[in-house]
Design a binder for this molecule. Structure first.
Ligand SMILES: NC(=O)c1ccc[n+]([C@@H]2O[C@H](COP(=O)([O-])OP(=O)(O)OC[C@H]3O[C@@H](n4cnc5c(N)ncnc54)[C@H](O)[C@@H]3O)[C@@H](O)[C@H]2O)c1
Ligand SMILES: O=C(O)[C@H]1O[C@@H](O)[C@H](O)[C@@H](O)[C@@H]1O
Length: 296
């Protein structure tokens, strides 16, 4: 497929674009800065500027596309990852402005230009646990897509607003728009760098609901979404199926989740960040586990 990918120069985007390239997709990156991933071309674009977004969505992906003499082909899908990826990188109102405006522009352009699918990065932070002031426990476990999304911080607010915006653009246009509530992204080198500390102090993972997602598996989830048509508007939790700490599910409940309703029986090391919907609807099957990465 011919894919327009935003934020491909960032932490998650670098791995997701490489994964999509390896699956045979043609990927053009829209970002403030150029990608250094081989095979990924960047059109430097400020996504808060609607003019630039509409223009980039209708641009050639490379000089080779001049050859047929049939004009600019239409993109098959947009994968929108560009964002300020947390609080405390920018003043709160800038994070909110950049994230909501960029997403509005992408959705507006996709629907008006007849691009039939948009997959966008939402976040685990929508559930209100990650960047809460003090400790906020989930309302129930495991956290699935029905869990309330009432966060207190500007980054997560921008993601909740983006989900609402996406749902409305989908209702108007009828195209497929899938939002990914991505858990904490782990790059391959971060297993050795960071996980030993998580084994020593599991509380370090409390704000991530003890979950994580390998950056390459996130690429797989995007590809699963590209391959699955006709679902309309959907949000999906995206995480590994196992906890990111060296405790069992029961031990985490005992230490961190006393009083939190447990909705169903769970596996010994099963994640509290439920990924059943992604498995069922698009066939997501994470492959990279921290246990195996540390053994290698
Ligand atoms: N890293 C995580 O753990 C995590 C978890 C959940 C969700 N997410 C979401 O996944 C996406 C990618 O996150 P990341 O960690 O790779 O972030 P990142 O900051 O590493 O990458 C984001 C990229 O977007 C670009 N960008 C931002 N705003 C832009 C704009 N207006 N115009 C052009 N380019 C712009 C940046 O230059 C950067 O290359 C984000 O939407 C983030 O909110 C990340
Ligand atoms: O966007 C998000 O959800 C993520 O933001 C990152 O910056 C946080 O470190 C991570 O815990 C979150 O998973």
């Amino acid at each position: 497929m011919r894919i327009l990918f935003t934020g491909g120069s960032g932490k998650a985007g670098r791995h997701a674009t490489a994964y999509l390239r390896d699956q045979g997709h043609r990927v053009t990156n829209l970002d403030w800065v150029a990608s250094d991933v081989p095979g990924i071309t960047t059109l430097k674009t400020d996504l808060t500027d609607a003019g630039q977004v509409f223009n980039a969505c209708q641009a050639y992906a490379g000089f080779d596309e001049l050859e047929p003499g049939t004009g600019v082909p239409r993109y098959d899908a947009i994968v929108h990852f560009a964002a300020i990826p947390a609080i405390l990188h920018r003043p709160d109102n800038e994070t909110y402005r950049i994230n909501t405006l960029s997403t509005y522009n992408i959705l507006d352009a996709a629907t008006k230009l007849g691009i039939p699918k948009v997959i966008f990065a939402s976040s685990e932070t929508t559930y209100g646990v990650c960047f809460a002031d003090g400790e906020q426990k989930p309302d129930y476990l495991p956290v699935d897509e029905e869990h309330p999304t009432v966060p207190q911080d500007s980054y997560a607010m921008s993601k909740v607003v983006n989900e609402v915006t996406a749902r409305s653009f989908q209702a108007r246009s009828g195209i497929d728009i899938y939002g990914l509530r991505i858990n904490n992204v782990i790059e391959p080198h971060e297993y050795r760098q960071d996980f030993p500390a998580y084994m020593g102090d599991p509380a370090l993972r409390r704000r991530n609901i003890f979950a994580y997602i390998d950056a390459r598996d996130l690429g797989q989830m995007v590809d699963c979404c590209l391959k699955t048509d006709g679902l309309g508007y959907q949000v999906f939790n995206v995480a590994n199926n196992e906890l990111s700490v060296g405790l069992t599910n029961a031990q985490v409940i005992e230490r961190f989740y006393s009083g939190v309703p447990i909705k169903r029986e769970m596996g010994e090391f099963e994640t509290f960040y439920c990924i059943e919907k992604a498995r069922r609807l698009v066939g997501f099957a994470p492959r990279h586990s921290w246990r195996e990465e540390l053994e290698q």
